[in-house]
Design a binder for this molecule. Structure first.
Ligand code: ZN
Length: 437
């Protein structure tokens, strides 16, 4: 048994045999190409079921990422569930090669090409839920590494409420964009929801009140109330902005900022538009420093209006979380609201009352992880008069920025986390884990 999820070793093998397996359904490549299974009958015969087992196992464990990598004589499977890595077992190296080829075929990729990275996608369905599987293959010294990112299409991440934006955050975003000037930036570590957050920041702006244009590559995303600008062939970024100004745009959604030149061009237009975009920085202090490097301290102080950073935290499994009475001293020390009398944590590991007591079956919702799903926490730094002066002085070190944010009573990430702990959505242990990382 390679993919033994949900079945424990001590179960009777006869029972396992009878269990009906609800495999994932592959409904064709996202790019619309035809998959010719007949022409690849031998591959399909050898690898279609193992490929289905790989994806089925991952999706049934709620993995957002499934990775299959050749290591010595085996293909090693790693799953990422709510951002945490778990072993997904192994398979013989030859089978792993066939499975990678099979998934490539299903994703509409070139199965003859094994030396270059390729990306594609598969439309899939599992337990009546539609998924989009983004497939990436990359050569490694030992062969090819397969990465499948699974997106549950039923889970909407479209609105500020879907992402758990608090009222103060929504208000601050609307206040900044309402002035129709400057930069509103989104930053954070990779895989913490930065891109999703940037789209939802954009959706927080009232599309009935403002003329919103996108000059970003938004892929297949639908942005209601936002006009996608199509640049004329050969036109420069500055020329595009000039044309957009003529059509009375007020708010511009742009691709992630990557270089000084683009940042400077936007800065020249920052009294005409409000730019919403990502910036590659791990936190707001880093974003302020990056902008200062690109456009200078004075221009950053003048044009930067705010920086939003998301962080993801695992939420407790609602089916097996355990309530406990926290020590009042701990409640005070952590800065939790004094009326907090009940907190929650994952269940303690099973301990038999007497030797030989059978272990209960694993939690159906979370497979005994104790957590199921993630919630967003948000920090935002905005430009108070004092913050502006600090940035303009060119002495805005990360510590100085953090100290000023505290003085201005800007909500910190830790406060956001404690709010979720007090609400019973996550545990103190998880909060500590997230802040250590
Ligand atoms: Zn559970």
């Amino acid at each position: 048994m390679i993919f033994g999820f949900g079945k424990r070793k001590d179960e009777e093998p006869e029972e396992e045999e009878e269990e009906e397996i609800d495999y994932v359904l592959f409904n064709g490549p996202v790019n619309g190409t035809e998959v010719n299974l007949k022409a690849n009958a031998r591959l399909a015969e050898a690898a279609l079921i193992p490929a289905k087992e790989l994806v089925t196992d991952g999706l049934s464990r709620r993995a957002e990422r499934i990775r299959l990598e050749p290591k010595g004589k085996a293909g090693v499977v790693t799953l990422s569930v709510d951002g945490q890595a778990y072993s997904g077992g192994k398979m013989p190296a030859q089978q792993a090669v066939a499975v990678v080829q099979m998934i490539k075929l299903l994703a509409g990729l070139d199965i003859k090409e094994r030396k270059k990275p390729q990306t594609g996608g598969i439309k899939a369905q599992f337990q009546e839920v539609p998924y989009e599987l983004t497939v990436a293959v990359a050569p490694t010294p030992e062969g090819e590494r397969l990465t499948i990112n699974a997106r549950n299409l039923k889970v909407k991440m479209d609105t500020p409420d879907d992402l758990g934006f608090t009222p103060w955050l929504k208000e601050k975003i609307r206040e900044i964009t309402g002035a129709k000037q400057g930069f509103l930036l989104i930053c954070g570590a990779p895989f913490t929801g930065v891109t999703t957050t940037s789209y939802v920041v954009l959706r927080t702006v009232d599309a009935y009140l403002y003329n919103i244009y996108s000059i970003a590559d938004v892929g297949t995303r639908e942005l209601r109330g936002v006009t996608q600008y199509e640049p004329v062939a050969g036109e420069t970024l500055a020329q595009s902005l000039q044309r957009i100004k003529r059509i009375e745009a007020e708010i511009i959604f742009a691709d992630p900022l990557k270089d000084a030149e683009t940042a400077k061009t936007y800065a020249e237009w920052a009294d005409q538009f409000c730019f919403i975009c990502e910036i590659p920085a791990k936190d707001p202090a880093g974003a302020i420093q990056q902008m200062t490097q690109w456009i200078g301290a004075a221009a950053t102080a003048e044009h930067l209006k705010g920086v939003v950073m998301p962080k993801l935290i695992r939420t407790l499994c609602s089916s097996c979380r355990e309530a406990y009475k926290p020590n009042p001293k701990l409640v005070a020390k952590m800065g939790l609201p004094p009326e907090t009398t009940l907190l929650y944590r994952p269940p303690a590991p099973f301990e038999p009352e007497k030797p030989g007591d059978p272990e209960p079956p694993p939690c159906e919702q979370c497979g005994d992880v104790g957590y199921a799903g993630r919630a967003g926490m948000y920090e935002m730094v905005w430009m108070s008069e004092e913050m502006k002066q600090l940035v303009a002085s060119g002495k805005a070190t990360p510590d100085a920025i953090k100290a000023q944010a505290r003085k201005d009573k800007m909500q910190s990430m830790a406060q956001e986390g404690l709010r979720l702990v007090a609400q019973g959505k996550t545990s103190l242990e998880e909060l500590q884990r997230v802040f250590k990382g």
